[in-house]
Design a protein around this ligand. Structure first.
Ligand SMILES: [Zn+2]
Length: 74
């Protein structure tokens, strides 16, 4: 028969397993983009932007919005 220490180990282990599982489910797989997040042109290899200029423009756009207290877009 299991003593109290064994039972408590089992409870701790169950809690750890549940925590690990919850954390695992929270992690999203990297997003694969099919079109530029700024201009909408098709992108290669799941890239977020079609070119460096779009990435820079979107970053500037978002930082300008942030300065103005406007919620930024992804
Ligand atoms: Zn683009």
């Amino acid at each position: 028969m299991a003593d109290d220490a064994d039972l408590s180990d089992a409870r701790i282990e169950a809690a750890i397993t549940a925590g690990v599982e919850a954390a695992r489910l929270k992690v999203k797989p990297p997003r694969h983009y099919t079109e530029c997040n700024w201009c909408g042109d098709p992108t290669e290899d799941g890239a977020r932007y079609c070119c460096k200029d779009c990435a820079t423009d979107h970053m500037r756009y978002n930082s300008a919005r942030k300065r103005n207290g406007i919620e930024t877009e992804d």
